[in-house]
Design a protein around this ligand. Structure first.
Ligand code: ATP
Ligand code: MG
Length: 373
């Protein structure tokens, strides 16, 4: 096998971004699919675009690939301005959700396709196809037709076909969503291994937060055509910058609160008569008035009903989860009337039991109330 890396990543070019998106936007017949986006994707980075259906993930990916033309803004790959460059000249590898393999061609011919169109010699094509198939562990399947492969194997062929051209950037749009859960997890690990081994700049689209948290160097959380936060998985999970991100990534309990006072060391809240002082990282809060307190299940503690400072609630349902139980509580001060927390499986309580919820004074975030977040 040749020792040359599959990615085009010259070592002297590490200081500028692999992809730079400068104010790129897109509308379809008057409807905004993507507000102007500014984003620098680092060399060798695994960046995930995460967000609900229709938020503009595929639109942004297609703009990077060149399948869509931007309404405004500029796009650079390495330092090359590519805004007007057609897709096949951008040297980008693409993997879609629905494999899109050529059914009449063998696995090897499918993988070789991008090299044939680039007029690579026969000997080099054979070598690079062998190398790409080895990378996705399909050396022994070169002569099969796509329909003789499982879904996971077909998706690996699609990956090999994208890698064989030694792309400057690899783009993947929900590549594993058609696979069952076990296969999906296995493919996530394989992709991550290949990506970090090759140091390949990768943009990965998903609406699955678990997939995003486990695979990414950075996540860009999107809603309604905008990037709402960009950061490492732990930054996104531990310090969500707004209510949308807090509820889209991870489990969240939200309490309707009134901001009573704010100072340098945090804020004082009133939650239906219960006072709480919270040291919070959140900026840009109103002076006073309605706010939302956001608390992860693991930050809530179960305590006795009527305990000082505890929020009153009662057990609605206890769901056995093997290692622990999920306790769903009826709680009038919570948004949606429910709070979820986790307790050891042996400590589950009967429905109707009155309890108190002790909230932490460090860690939770407070947001200005966001309409329709
Ligand atoms: N060719 C098109 N013509 C008109 N509207 C479009 C077109 N492509 C996308 N849109 C609209 O642009 C918005 C963003 O679509 P996009 O496909 O980028 O969403 P997405 O985040 O990829 O969603 P999903 O998770 O469902 O794939 C949506 O409201 C969609 O209806
Ligand atoms: Mg999409």
């Amino acid at each position: 096998m040749s020792s040359e890396p599959l990615s085009n990543t010259p070592s002297e070019s590490r200081e500028y971004p692999a992809v730079q998106i400068d104010g790129v936007s897109k509308s379809f017949s008057g409807t905004v699919a993507l507000e102007p986006v500014w984003l620098k994707i680092r060399r060798g980075e695994f960046l995930t675009l995460l967000g609900p259906s229709g938020c503009g993930k595929t639109t942004l990916l297609n703009l990077i690939a060149g399948f869509l033309e931007a309404d405004e803004g500029e796009l650079f790959i390495n330092r090359d301005l590519v805004t007007q460059v057609p897709p096949h000249k951008r040297e980008i590898g693409i993997v879609f959700q629905n494999y899109a393999l050529f059914p009449h061609m063998s696995v090897a011919q499918n993988v070789a396709y991008g090299l044939r169109t680039r007029k690579v010699s026969k000997a080099e094509t054979e070598e690079r196809v062998r190398e790409a198939l080895a990378l996705v562990k399909l050396e022994d399947f070169a002569d099969r037709k796509p329909k003789q492969l499982s879904g996971g194997q077909q998706q690996r062929v699609a990956l090999a076909r994208a890698l064989v051209i030694r792309p400057r950037v690899l783009l993947l749009d929900e590549p594993f969503s058609a696979l069952d859960r076990n296969l999906r997890t296995a493919m996530q690990v394989e992709l991550k291994e290949i990506q970090s081994r090759l140091g390949l700049t990768t943009v990965f689209v998903t609406h699955d937060q678990g997939e995003a948290l486990s695979m990414s160097d950075r996540i860009a959380v999107m809603s309604r055509g905008r990037i709402r936060q960009i950061g490492s998985p732990s930054e996104i999970y531990d310090t969500p910058q707004n209510q949308f991100v807090s509820t889209f990534v991870g489990d969240a309990n939200l309490f309707a609160a009134r901001l009573v006072d704010s100072g340098d060391d945090g804020v004082t809240l009133d939650i239906e008569g219960t006072g709480l002082h919270v040291s919070t990282f959140q900026e840009a809060l109103p002076e006073a008035g309605p706010v939302t307190l956001f608390v992860r299940p693991e930050q809530c503690r179960l305590t006795e009903a009527g305990a000082p400072g505890a929020i009153p609630a009662s057990v609605a349902l206890s769901v056995y989860q093997g290692s622990h139980a999920e306790l769903h509580l009826d709680c009038p001060s919570a948004e949606g009337g429910r709070v979820m927390l986790r307790v050891p499986a042996g400590e589950a309580l009967a429905a109707g039991t009155p309890v108190g919820i002790a909230l932490p004074d460090r860690g939770p975030a407070v947001y200005a109330r966001e309409a329709g977040a």
